[in-house]
Design a protein around this ligand. Structure first.
Ligand code: NAD
Length: 288
């Protein structure tokens, strides 16, 4: 098998994340060639014209045949259809990874389609992104100084691990290893729950009468809290379907806390409110 610098990297799903991998790979001269496949032909043509990729392929099997390292960057619930589409390709000498925000369901989809966890498959998740989507929002430095979590499974091949780690490190990211279950629980709390709250808050205000008037008075706090509500609906729908159990647990814990705060507001329980706000302030200042 070829080294990373000699390899052809195939990006499947050339959106914000896939496009950023392509740009970062080219900017840092990490591999020999970056090619892409996407169901959106326009995105591929535009990316080629702008030199974000070296080439594209409208047939996934043809693209896979040319590739050494395959990066799946489609929405979470589309991963399974990609597995189905590449199932009959010769994957023996390929290394495959993905960037999905939920990890357990990708492995379940792989079991479903392949009947086993492929040793050359290394699941991954870059903890970097934005509320923007599409290849035109891609950035070459998106992963620099960010963490990337890899969740290798029991049969993951060491050489594949080394290549995928090196791909991310060459883009300036720090690679961390995590158990799949733990990954999904942690991300439910740190990322998925906050997005759900932001979507819910903005939707609640947007569906009220005279919302234009209300949004005119929205200041810094509202903007900080709700920036992420502009994120892509399909991507987030897929995340909540895929990570249902962990998200529901996080949501239950959160609504318990919120219910207690509601009572404190109702009854004017200053001690309780100040206790919560003070603990939160200390915790927030500690990690920022
Ligand atoms: P995006 O919408 O910008 O890009 C997704 C791309 O996949 C689009 O170009 C779309 O045309 C293509 N696509 C969709 N279904 C396809 C299919 N069946 N076959 C081929 N192409 C298909 O989304 P994104 O933000 O780049 O997210 C991609 C993946 O990265 C998701 O799995 C998401 O969970 C993960 N991720 C996103 C972020 C983020 O902040 N946006 C961060 C980390 C991980």
């Amino acid at each position: 098998s070829v080294t990373l610098s000699e390899s052809v990297v195939l990006i499947v799903g050339l959106g914000l994340i896939g496009g950023s991998v392509a740009k970062a790979a080219k900017a840092n001269q990490i591999c020999r060639q970056v090619i892409a496949y996407d169901c959106d032909d326009q995105a591929l043509k535009l990316a080629k014209a702008k030199d974000i990729i070296d080439d594209y392929c409208l047939d996934l099997s043809v693209a896979v045949a040319q590739a050494d390292l395959i990066v799946l960057a489609v929405p979470i619930l589309s991963m399974e259809s990609i597995f189905v589409a590449i199932k009959d390709c010769d994957l023996a000498d390929k290394i495959i990874t993905d960037v999905g925000s939920v990890k357990n369901n990708v492995l379940t989809a792989m079991m479903q389609v392949f009947g086993e966890l492929l040793p050359q498959y290394i699941p991954g998740h870059p903890i970097a992104g934005s509320e923007q989507s599409g290849v035109m929002a891609a950035k070459a430095d998106l992963f620099a100084d960010h963490k990337v979590i890899l969740t290798p499974h029991a049969f993951s091949n060491k050489q594949a691990m080394a290549v995928v780690s090196s791909l991310w490190e060459r883009m300036g990211a720090e690679v961390l290893l995590m158990d799949v279950q733990r990954h999904d629980e942690v991300l439910a709390v740190t990322s998925h729950l906050p997005h759900l709250l932001a979507f819910s808050l903005v939707d609640t205000l947007a569906t009220e009468r005279d919302n234009q008037e209300i949004f005119r008075y929205a200041a810094g706090g509202f903007r900080d809290f709700t920036r992420i509500a502009a994120s892509d609906p399909t991507m987030w729908h897929d995340i909540f379907v895929a990570n249902k159990t962990a998200v529901l647990q996080a949501l239950n814990d959160f609504t318990d806390g919120l219910e207690k705060l509601k009572v404190a507001v109702q009854t004017g329980n200053s001690q309780y409110m100040k206790g919560v706000f003070t603990r939160a302030k200390v915790a927030r200042e500690h990690f920022s």
